[in-house]
Design a binder for this molecule. Structure first.
Ligand code: PBG
Length: 325
């Protein structure tokens, strides 16, 4: 057979395949999520999150030093306080665990990597919701925004370069942007969890933050059935001053990542979440898949879908693989 078109010609060697490869993984584009728990003296493993720990302030420092050495782009800090209450008071305590962690991490890394603070109430409330509740027990959107604004200014002054607005309250990006501008933090950026779905795959994360949540977050996180709604949510965050837009979960919502990157001219981030990681780890443990190639494939697929930034618990390990190559 004489054939003009033989796509296999471009797959004949590793060098040839690399020559034509369209997407690459870079440690600089990874965000490493980290957990720190008030009162811990040593790191504690997290159920169903292999290789991920609740850190003490000391072990968090070591983790961040590793991230720095491996050239990771950013770290995103989640903190678990000792005391929780209805309104999440520790979220606005300038000496609280989140604030102290941000301060410490910023001192360690300076401007060498991007320090991102999670801006949400779920780790701080006794009921585990991302906002405060009204008299009938529903999440009170606008009352929550007032708390987010205080948190935003405090976390920026603690040294966060960027704030991750993950609570899915309406108007949260605008409220936070306005508070930051008014307080003189014009350069503090916002990583907007713009399209965040009410996912069953957050399970292990809820262990990671000792979540108190009963029920679900369906009145504020998005319905997995919808994609046009995601575009609406993202548009609103862009109008309100988001600097980066994030899609979450990542692995199962690559269609949303693709639509977002086709529609908006902001950097797109995708968060490969705890339950997605757990599925891969379990399948690898069972011998069903090759762990390393599965992880690389997932992260590359995220890039191919249009994400520049990948938020992943595998960031350190993958960065060390990239260095070995
Ligand atoms: C809530 C928050 C969640 C995650 C990050 N921020 C959980 C939730 O919405 O219930 C999940 C991340 C993961 O599963 O890896 N602020």
């Amino acid at each position: 057979m004489n054939m003009a078109e033989r796509p296999r010609r471009l797959r004949t060697s590793q060098a040839m395949r690399e020559l034509v490869s369209e997407n690459h993984l870079h440690a600089e584009n990874f965000i490493l999520p980290v957990f720190v728990k008030e009162g811990l003296l040593a790191p504690e493993p997290i159920a169903n999150m292999k290789g991920v720990f609740q850190h003490s302030l000391d072990s968090l420092r070591q983790e961040v030093e590793s991230a720095l050495k491996l050239g990771i782009g950013g770290v995103m800090i989640f903190a678990i306080p000792l005391e929780r209450d209805e309104v999440g008071s520790q979220a606005t305590n300038p000496e609280g665990i989140l604030h102290r962690s941000v301060k410490m991490v910023r001192e360690v890394v300076g401007d060498e990597l991007v320090v991102i603070a999670d801006l949400c109430l779920d780790e701080f409330t006794s009921h585990g919701h991302c906002g405060v509740l009204d008299e009938v027990g529903l999440v009170d959107n606008d009352a929550t925004l007032e708390i987010y604004k205080v948190m935003a200014v405090q976390l920026a002054s603690a040294g966060a370069h960027m704030l991750g607005t993950s609570g899915m309250m309406d108007g949260q990006v605008g409220a936070v942007r306005d508070a930051l501008e008014s307080a003189g933090f014009q350069e503090t950026s916002i990583l907007a969890y713009a399209a965040k779905y009410a996912s069953a795959f957050y399970g292990p994360f809820r262990n990671a933050v000792d979540s108190q949540l009963k029920g679900n977050r369906k009145t504020y996180q998005q319905d997995p059935a919808n994609s046009r709604e995601a575009i609406r949510e993202i548009s609103l965050d862009v109008e309100q001053g988001a600097d980066i837009i994030m899609v979450k979960p990542g692995m199962m919502y690559l269609d949303i990542v693709r639509q977002a990157s086709d529609t908006f001219n902001l950097p797109i981030a995708s968060y490969v979440i705890s339950g997605e990681m757990a599925m891969v780890e379990s399948a690898a443990d069972a011998g069903a898949i090759d762990r390393k190639s599965a992880i690389l494939e997932i992260l590359l697929a995220t890039k191919r879908a249009g994400a520049t930034i990948v938020c992943t618990y595998w960031a350190l390990e993958v960065a060390s693989w990239l260095h070995e190559d």
